[in-house]
Ligand binder design. Structure first.
Ligand code: T46
Length: 144
């Protein structure tokens, strides 16, 4: 399983750093939604689901956290600890976010608006669903 991590261009000068993200330039899809999580309690694991069609880029813009990705065949853990790095999470990919530092802010750029019917929240259902796509998932992969 390959994992795609984007390294964005920081525009730094003596005042500090600035990262700009534009759809179809820095982000490979139209950005329809942005959300972020912060104040995550110690020991909490979020996620535990996959999406049927949603694609996302996860950026830990402050602090750090870890993402566990699972395509139904393989699992990979990706640490996010740099505000200029983005993790691409394809559809049909089970995700868990954990090990949040107390100051972590995890921002997510999403290809679709919020739609609860796009979620697969049961792992066995995910395995059944993704079995039909396993060739595609393995082929599309992620590069790390
Ligand atoms: C994902 C991971 C990385 C909304 O009302 N609108 C939204 O756009 C989102 C994302 C959530 N919500 C509500 C639904 C729940 O009542 O916020 C609450 C927490 O959402 P959820 O339990 O789904 O959060 P996570 O951290 O488990 O998952 C989220 C995203 O939902 C999911 O798409 O891939 O972050």
């Amino acid at each position: 399983m390959q994992v795609i991590k984007y390294v964005f261009q920081p525009h730094g000068d003596e005042r500090g750093q600035l990262v700009a993200l534009e759809e179809f330039k820095d982000i490979p899809f139209k950005i329809k939604r942005v959300y972020y999580m912060y104040d995550t309690a110690e020991g909490v694991i979020r996620g535990y689901h996959a999406h049927k069609s949603l694609e996302q880029i996860l950026v830990c813009i402050h602090g750090s956290c870890k993402i566990r990705l699972d395509n139904g065949v393989e699992k990979k853990i990706v640490p996010l600890e740099k505000p200029y790095e983005g993790l691409y999470v394809a559809n049909n990919m089970w995700r868990e976010m954990y090990d949040f530092s107390v100051d972590a802010v995890l921002m997510v750029l999403a290809s679709e608006i919020y739609d609860e019917t796009d979620y697969i929240r049961n792992y066995d259902e995910f395995l059944k669903f993704t079995k039909n796509f396993s060739d595609t998932v393995a082929a599309q992969g992620i590069i790390l």
